[in-house]
Design a protein around this ligand. Structure first.
Ligand SMILES: Cc1cc2nc3c(=O)[nH]c(=O)nc-3n(C[C@H](O)[C@H](O)[C@H](O)COP(=O)(O)O)c2cc1C
Length: 245
């Protein structure tokens, strides 16, 4: 039900942005239901696979995730075969053993990788894509976008000196978006930081591609044995986390 509504809104947005959101209240109720019913799965049923059309929906969610100055400094590696998941699981041995079965038994595991730099080639590719997508309709729009983006990259590279953390923050937004979306689609998920980044980078040859691993997300369907499915969610009360100014 949530999934159907989510799809309707998703289509409405693609059709025409001015008609979105069509029914904001109903959408908000459904999305908060997804936020409160989703949880971190701790054990997966290895016999169940996510249908390919739903994987494609989740890929769209990742691809359309927002990022500062539309930088899109990410790459998502998808493991769904036993061999591919075993490669990812090499990074969950030893200290991170508690995550190994999740990676091996999930239907799919997504590796969230960050760019290790903002290269001129990447900036050129973004600008060319935005041009193809029809973003530069006003005179000077292309130059404005080029300069605006470069200003932010320079700010983080030379003044704030936090280029990598800035990049990584954008990638985490995609992880959050994926978690909510999977929940809305009735797909269980586990965000995972508990793995050896260096081992995974070496196993997947990420550094050579100008990438570094940041997080994993296991996706699939919970096992009967998942203790976490039976526990209530716990969050600080609203008054502790909101201040109305
Ligand atoms: C960035 C991030 C990393 C996490 N890493 C792990 C992990 O390595 N293993 C795990 O079982 N859960 C992991 N979690 C799950 C959190 O413990 C969980 O989201 C939190 O307790 C809130 O519970 P909920 O997701 O069920 O609402 C991670 C969550 C996030 C957001």
């Amino acid at each position: 039900m949530i999934f159907i509504f989510f799809k309707q809104v998703h289509r409405a947005k693609i059709k025409t942005s001015s008609s979105y959101p069509q029914q904001p209240t109903e959408f908000a109720m459904n999305i908060s239901a997804a936020a409160t019913s989703r949880y971190t799965a701790k054990a997966y049923d290895p016999s169940r696979k996510i249908p390919e059309d739903q994987i494609r929906e989740l890929q769209a969610v990742l691809r359309f995730s927002p990022s500062s100055v539309n930088l899109q400094p990410w790459h998502f590696l998808i493991a769904d075969s036993e061999t591919a998941k075993a490669r990812v699981a090499t990074a969950t041995r030893g200290a991170y053993h508690f995550n190994e079965r999740k990676v091996l038994n999930a239907s799919h595991v997504i590796v969230f990788a960050s760019h290790t730099d903002v290269t001129t080639a990447h900036l050129d590719r973004l600008l060319a894509q935005e041009e193809r997508d029809g973003r530069f309709q006003a005179e000077g729009a292309k130059d404005g976008q080029r300069q605006g983006r470069q200003t932010f990259v320079n700010l983080h590279r030379t003044e704030l000196r936090d280029l990598q953390p800035w990049i990584d923050r954008q990638v985490y937004l995609a992880l959050g978006t994926l978690l909510l979306s999977a929940g809305a689609m009735g797909i269980d998920a586990t965000p995972i930081e508990g793995f050896d980044l260096a081992i995974l980078d070496a196993e997947l040859g990420l550094r050579e591609r100008g990438l570094r691993s940041l997080a994993l997300c296991a996706l699939g369907y919970r096992a009967e044995s998942d203790f976490n499915a039976r526990l209530p969610k716990s969050r600080l009360p609203a008054e502790a986390v909101f201040t109305r100014l």
